[in-house]
Design a protein around this ligand. Sequence first.
Ligand SMILES: *Cc1c(COP(=O)(O)O)cnc(C)c1O
Length: 423
Amino acid sequence: MSREQAAALDRQDPLAGFRERYYLPLHNGRECAYFLGNSLGLQPKKAAEYVEEELATWRTHAIGGHFIGPRPWKDYAVNFIPPLAALVGAEEDEVVCMNALTVNLHLMMVSFYRPTPQRYKILMERPAFPSDRYAIVSQLQHHGLDPAKALIEVGPPEGEYLLRREDLVAAMREAGDALALVLLPGVQYLSGEVLDIEGLTAEAHAVGAIAGWDLAHAAGNIPLRLHDWNVDFAAWCSYKYLNGGPGATAGAFVHRRHGHDPSVPRFAGWWGQDKPTRFLMEPDFKPVPGAEGWHISNSPVLSTCTLRASLQDFMDAGFDRLREKSVALTGYLERRLEETVADRIEIVTPRDPARRGCQLSMRLRGSADSGRVVFDRLGELGMVCDWREPDIIRAAPAPLYNTFSEVEQLVEALDAATREDLA
Ligand SMILES: *Cc1c(COP(=O)(O)O)cnc(C)c1O
């Protein structure tokens, strides 16, 4: 019955055709049910063609590739700005496609974390994705500050998984004019919780702090309006929901009010040099107005071109329609978990669709050891989810390529895996 219901939803899905544009990984010769688009998105079938195009240009024209063809390498990153700006809700001069996520967080902190004896604290969440904490702590140390004094970490209440908005706001107000920077995730990676980017940005500004956002789990997942929300800066990677492939070139956002201010200090390189003078090889740096003024080196074309395919799919499908399907897919997973395994599995992610994206994080009622056993059984059944210590199983149905039938398979697998003895 439920299988039929899922199959009917798949038949009615106007975006069902996009699945064929992606390769599905195999398990024992059969296609897996892949729920880890939040960690590494699937490979678009077009990606190989786009890599081969650039290899052919290199083969045939060598240095000429910088200047010829529909996407000359000298302006390569520019091709990715319009779709990325659309996905994060930015003006085109607020977005740049460069480097990798943690590198971009560092570059943004170089510009926007400039501690003074009075204003020097950074507020972040606990437990954050480790790379973000390493980056923040190393920035503090770079400025000669002691993280024990300068780092504020706000976590969920003991034994809970979700951050409380009022706790974050209270910590900001308590730090007051000592608070220099608030750096938070748009979507918390472990719980799948969406934070109130607009409201928390306003709260940070109210005490005179800068608001920066890590959108690793938000870009391509939830609706974003960074410009209107007045965010100061943001950074994201391209290999999660954006399907750019491992280590694909990342993106960053700098609000116009900073981007057009050449006096904002930054680490500069020739790709951020104002375009009319970039190749005049002059000694003085004059930044491109906007986020491109943070671009340091020429683009890694081979690890950027893979992004073309999926960004095109996002534009073809339309983000609003993808989000609509995402809410339905994740809602279906939630409802079927409730109907089938509610006595054994607890959903940790917020239940309000507006406060989550694709991902549901679950934990087994009872001991964490059993959770690990269940997770291993899911793998044997061809379900690709992931395990995060101490006790979380994450599954993220992605609207570009996942189906209701796969979600149904996941529920059946969870049911089977939790019914047997959990020795
Ligand atoms: C995935 C992820 C990263 C990864 O950083 P890279 O620099 O791309 O290796 C960092 N922070 C968060 C919150 C993430 O989810």
